[in-house]
Write a protein that binds this ligand. Structure first.
Ligand SMILES: Nc1ncnc2c1ncn2[C@@H]1O[C@H](COP(=O)(O)OP(=O)(O)OP(=O)(O)O)[C@@H](O)[C@H]1O
Length: 292
């Protein structure tokens, strides 16, 4: 007799429909709907306070939707928490380890909570934590704490991993190592959902980007789709490298032209259109404007 057939897997790894989350009067997530395809890296991109962490915490089952619904691997993260927990990995923004614990002690502890954990020594080595295994958590650098958080999220071999600002505070080398690791995970069939306010991270790493602002989804697509120019975008491509002072001269000419024509120039990008341009076009603000 064949074993009972497993429950039909939903096509999407995450389905969020009309999610609303408030803290008192403050609306943190405002009718957000989005999906995450399996086996992809999906970036939830937005400025500080956009509602990224709240959305992730709802997917992880830490918060119950106040309106709308969330499904992860077809399950309700609150109601089906015990079924879902072994299948997901979570990297919290705040680290998630207590201050006096040694790095490897913490990782081994988390590994013991899982049925088939990865080899913790190999994982620590892979994440560049080999030298600080006996260091108390509070003495790890910000980047090391981030990497330990990532190791804790991965050690249980999750099908889907939620990583909140995975490379915040990392130096460029550690950031690239982390990107490589996340790509490897995707290659191994893991679905990666990450939040970031680094445009570069979303552009280089993600298969799919959801841009959120003030709790609302304002754009979705692949980085290529999102950065494809529209008629409101003027991109100048020249046939040789410009000398350093040419950019300033070009800007001066453009300023003069814009005053004559009455056309406001929102940005000039040297190179291609970026997600920063997309965000600016959609919201009229820079990603790192702090208007909270
Ligand atoms: N526990 C809380 N109590 C009250 N307000 C909160 C709480 N957590 C978040 N907020 C507010 O809800 C909004 C969304 O916050 P959230 O942390 O989800 O955004 P975010 O996009 O993850 O921002 P960041 O990149 O700064 O982490 C913000 O205005 C924030 O100040």
């Amino acid at each position: 007799m064949p074993a009972a057939s497993p429950a039909v897997s939903p096509a999407a790894a995450v389905e969020i429909d009309g999610l609303v989350m408030r803290y008192g009067e403050k609306v943190a997530v405002d009718g957000l709907s989005m999906t995450v395809d399996r086996h992809t890296i999906t970036a939830v991109l937005g400025p500080n306070g956009a509602g990224k962490t709240t959305t992730l915490e709802t997917c992880e089952g830490y918060r119950r939707p106040q309106a709308g619904s969330v499904r992860v691997l077809g399950l309700d993260p609150v109601r089906d928490r015990s079924d879902l927990l072994p299948r997901i990995g979570v990297m919290l923004q705040g680290g998630g380890a207590w201050s006096g614990v040694q790095a490897m002690e913490m990782l081994d502890h988390v590994a013991r909570l899982h049925a088939h954990p990865l080899d913790t020594a190999l994982l620590a080595e892979r994440l560049g934590l080999g030298d600080c295994g006996r260091t108390p958590y509070r003495r790890l650098s910000g980047g090391q704490q981030q990497r330990l958080g990532l190791a804790m999220a991965l050690v249980g071999r999750p099908e889907i991993v939620f990583v909140d600002e995975p490379t915040a505070g990392m130096d460029p080398q550690a950031r690239r190592t982390t990107w490589d690791l996340l790509r490897e995970l995707r290659h191994d069939g893991v679905t990666v959902v990450l939040t970031t306010h680094y445009l570069e991270e979303a552009e280089h790493l993600a298969d799919q980007v959801h841009i959120i602002d003030r709790g609302r989804l304002i754009a979705s697509g692949t980085p290529e789709e999102l950065t494809r120019g529209s008629s409101a975008t003027v991109r100048l491509v020249v046939d040789q490298e410009l000398p350093v002072d040419a950019e300033a001269a070009l800007r001066t000419s453009v300023d003069r032209w814009s005053a004559e024509q009455g056309v406001g120039v929102r940005s000039i990008s040297f190179g291609s259109r970026t997600l920063e341009d997309v965000f600016l076009e959609l919201t009229g603000r820079e990603m790192d404007d702090d208007d909270e």
